[in-house]
Design a protein around this ligand. Structure first.
Ligand code: NDP
Length: 311
């Protein structure tokens, strides 16, 4: 009998590093790197990021798809995944990287760094009196693996942190809210709002013109989840009018952000090319292997995605 196979697909990740990490965990697993897929019937598992349309339909015995990342919005839109368990990746390094990005972006605003960056370009010494961190209210939308890690790190640094999620949370140092009322309270009270909710039908354009208008005038936004969680046209308008003073954007409705997009021209926007966090093979492979072991025993994989919720 031929060994069970896992097919790997990604245009951006290091396939060899993943093969080595997976083989170290599961020596009996035949790891195949697409397009070199061998006999498709032997493939039971897939570890993939953004494979082409129809990719999964080629494997008649596929049981598990592990999304090579935390955000599964791209996977949920596909029509070639039928009767297959879907999981996403998570690893402590991914959480730490996201928390470091969020901490950087929030601290940059809290410490008035954009003011000093602009003053430096003008060649001027512009003094702004620093404020203690506990005076600065930060809202974190989404308190999942990455949102909770970021909220905890911000609270530990000394910021006043309020979070928002679908279900109630108990996170030390973080005021946790739910529901539409909770969202409106977080937005209206936060000087800096960090967006870490997944993109689902429920969160598409979660922050539109009405929600951005709830934020205190001159608020700052950090979006590190998915571009379409924020209505980009409304965002540009809010940044032009001064309703929003600043934004740090790692994700966009269209990526790469097209030339000519007005966000490129706004001096109050920091743009990074979807780099806030990545998965690290040596650490994340443990969870993939554990998921494979579980599915072999007829159990659910780790970090299973609920297609009805979309995350
Ligand atoms: P999780 O699935 O672990 O957590 C999602 C959080 O959002 C949960 O707290 C969930 O609530 C909340 N949520 C989801 N839908 C709603 C809703 N309709 N109303 C209120 N709250 C909601 O995701 P992660 O924390 O791991 O990741 C978050 C996102 O970050 C990913 O989906 C991905 O898009 C993005 N990402 C971006 C990266 C980058 O480099 N820029 C890298 C990695 C991820 P509850 O807890 O109640 O379920």
């Amino acid at each position: 009998m031929s060994a069970e196979a896992l097919v790997f697909y990604s245009d951006v990740d290091n396939a060899q590093a993943w093969r080595e990490a997976l083989t170290a965990e599961l020596p009996d697993l035949d790891v195949r790197i697409a397009p070199d897929i061998g006999d498709p019937a032997a493939v039971r598992y897939a570890l993939a990021w953004a494979p082409p349309a129809g990719f999964f339909a080629r494997f008649p015995n596929l049981q598990l798809v592990v999304n090579l990342g935390a955000g599964v919005d791209g996977l949920m839109k596909r029509d070639d995944l039928v009767q297959v368990k879907v999981a996403r990746l998570n690893d402590p390094a991914m959480e730490a990287m996201m928390a470091s990005y969020v901490m950087f972006a929030v601290t940059r605003y809290a410490r008035d760094i954009p003011v000093f960056e602009r003053a430096k370009r003008r060649g001027e010494w512009e003094y702004v009196h620093p404020r203690p961190l506990f005076e600065i209210k930060v809202g974190v939308l989404g308190l999942g693996e990455l949102g909770a890690a970021s909220a905890k790190a911000l609270a530990a640094m000394g910021f006043s942190v309020t979070g928002w999620s679908r279900s109630p949370k108990d996170i030390p140092g973080v005021t946790a809210l739910t529901g539409r009322e909770g969202l409106e309270r977080v937005l209206s009270e936060s000087e800096i709002t960090v967006c870490l909710v997944p993109l689902t039908p429920d969160t598409h354009h979660l922050l539109g013109a009405a929600e951005l208008a709830l934020m205190p005038r001159g608020a700052k936004l950090v979006n590190v989840s998915r571009g379409a969680v924020v209505d980009e046209l409304a965002l540009v308008e809010a940044l032009r009018s001064g309703q929003l003073a600043e934004a740090t954007l790692d994700v966009f409705e269209t990526e790469p952000l097209p030339k000519g997009n007005p966000l490129w021209t706004l001096d109050n926007v920091l743009i990074t090319p979807h780099v806030a966090s990545i998965t690290v093979p040596a650490l994340a492979a443990r969870d993939v292997a554990e998921s494979v072991r579980r599915v072999r025993q007829g159990l659910s994989p780790l970090h299973e995605v609920d297609p009805r919720r979309g995350y």
